[in-house]
Design a protein. Structure first.
Length: 150
């Protein structure tokens, strides 16, 4: 690897493991969030079931998705600085995808808040399509990190 800095020393494999663990939590949460919104959209706004879904989604965001994303960023940047990844082409592509995935995270959280406030889209088809984004991003990121095609 070019530009190896190795400031993490012996902690590197632990930081890498923690990064991967929180990536899994974050992506799992991002898979769940649109699906939960679809279920909530099928309820009557203000009903007991609607309020229950709103609380489930809020807990998912508060306990899993948001903290996981923050830890993914902190641990990932630590790893990137450790190996001097910023001068590697594959890393630039991965970094762009993680920024895009973070934007998706923001969109999904915002959409969930709208649904919690009673908004119901005419169709849940867009949510079903958006639900595919974390999977596609994960595939591309894993290929970039493992294969390092450029």
């Amino acid at each position: 690897m070019t530009g190896m800095i190795d400031w993490l020393g012996g902690a590197y494999p632990w930081v890498k493991a923690a990064h991967l663990i929180f990536v899994i939590f974050w992506i799992a949460g991002l898979f769940m969030l649109p699906r939960f919104m679809i279920y909530q959209c099928e309820t009557v706004p203000g009903s007991g079931e609607d309020k229950a879904w709103a609380e489930r989604i809020a807990r998912l965001r508060r306990i899993i998705i948001n903290p996981s994303m923050i830890l993914v960023w902190i641990l990932g940047l630590s790893l990137a600085f450790n190996i001097g990844a910023f001068d590697q082409g594959w890393f630039h592509a991965k970094f762009a995808l993680v920024i895009a995935l973070s934007g998706y995270h923001g969109w999904a959280v915002g959409a969930a808040r709208k649904v919690a406030n009673g908004y119901r889209p005419a169709s849940t088809k867009a949510l079903r399509i958006m639900n595919e984004i974390p999977g596609i991003a994960t595939i591309l990121i894993v290929i970039l990190v493992i294969v390092k095609p450029f």
